[in-house]
Design a protein around this ligand. Structure first.
Ligand code: NDP
Length: 331
């Protein structure tokens, strides 16, 4: 079996790579836009060298975007986790929304043209599900963010990111349901993702967004970040969900919310850190330790149908904070 994985140089994608190595015997081709990161990623997994290769792909914003070469030679399954995750932008449409959609469209087109692909798993997001005006009830995989494309273009970068994930996922479903694909699609929608880092990161300044925000809370920096939603999942559980979504025939055509039944806010994160780490021991954590309970999320369907179980918040927080504080001590 041959799997193509995008986004492996990122926080979630690197964990998906490790879960593929642990749970399958597949050969894995990693598609990277930054070859030096691809080299570092593979060097850290030298014992699996025989199963791993890289292919360089253009940036999704590039006018010559064509992913056909990455799919050549008999790829059976694809996991597409790459998408821009940044709020440090000046042009919502050019820097977030269009690259997200174009990346998805290019990989679908290339996979359909290749003719060998049987299943594609797409990393979507709870951002594609969330309704900011909702006040109660349980989010399920049937929910879609009501944001319009025009709002995504005109609003804040946070809204632009949400629109990028919604319209990229919609493009994927549209293509998959058009009959042009020749493979089936599974989408995975996680909320905030926490846990340790296994991708090449030089230092705290290079952390991915969700880990960087958690680290700010862990350090006790003011103002403490505010959780936009109280839902989260550990990156290792999320990675296994992707692999199971690729392997299980009955998952085909489904959309899964992958989220822990526990709730979080950053005061709770800071409290866990003060209890577990010497450097934060004397810290007094102010603010409510009770996360928002007004809305619920159905992460249980994914747990059942993909056969995963969810880690606790404490483990997720401790594993990331231990790793970063060690890195900092080492300089
Ligand atoms: P990272 O920023 O750590 O990783 C993003 C990955 O996508 C990297 O491999 C990056 O490549 C690649 N990428 C980004 N922009 C482009 C582009 N324009 N062209 C080509 N490749 C690109 O983010 P995460 O690992 O956190 O996110 C991975 C996926 O998970 C995304 O689809 C994201 O939307 C989704 N997600 C993340 C959540 C979170 O809390 N972290 C929550 C919900 C969904 P490079 O290494 O070269 O920069």
């Amino acid at each position: 079996t041959h799997i193509l994985l995008t986004g492996a140089t990122g926080f979630i994608g690197a964990h998906i790579l490790d879960a593929l190595l642990a749970h399958t015997s597949a050969n894995i081709r990693v598609a990277v836009r930054s070859p030096h990161k691809g080299t570092a990623l593979l060097a850290a997994r030298a014992s699996h060298a025989a199963r791993l290769s890289t292919v360089t792909i253009p940036d999704f914003a590039s006018p010559e975007l064509d992913l056909t070469p990455a799919l050549a030679g008999g790829i059976d399954g694809v996991i597409h986790a790459a998408s821009p995750v940044t709020y440090d932008i000046t042009d919502n449409e050019a820097e977030l929304i269009q690259p997200a959609i174009r990346g998805v469209e290019a990989i679908l087109k290339a996979a359909a043209a290749a003719g060998s692909v049987k299943r594609m798993v797409l990393t979507s997001s709870f951002a594609a599900v969330l309704d900011i005006n909702r006040t109660s009830g349980t989010y399920t995989a049937a929910d879609w963010n009501p944001i319009t494309y025009a709002e995504g273009v005109a609003d804040s970068p946070v809204e632009a990111y949400r629109a990028s994930k919604k319209f990229a996922e919609l493009a994927a479903w549209e293509f998959a349901e058009s009959g042009k694909a020749g493979f089936d699609l599974v989408t995975i929608a996680p909320p905030m993702v926490f846990g340790p880092v296994v991708h090449p990161v030089g230092g705290v300044a290079e952390l991915n967004d969700s880990a960087a925000v958690l680290w700010r809370a862990a350090e006790g920096r003011e103002p403490r970040p505010v959780a936009r939603v109280a839902f989260w999942v550990d990156v290792r559980d999320l990675a296994v969900a992707h692999v199971q979504a690729l392997l299980r025939p009955e998952a085909g055509g489904k959309r899964f919310l992958v989220a822990s039944p526990e709730r979080f806010n950053y005061a709770l994160v800071a409290k866990i850190v003060s209890e577990e780490f010497e450097f934060a021991r004397a810290r007094v954590v102010e603010g409510s330790l009770v996360p928002d309970q007004t809305k619920d999320i159905d992460g249980e369907t994914a747990a059942r149908e993909l056969g995963i179980s969810y880690r606790r918040l404490r483990e997720s927080v401790v594993d990331l904070v231990a790793q970063i504080s060690k890195k900092q001590e080492e300089g």
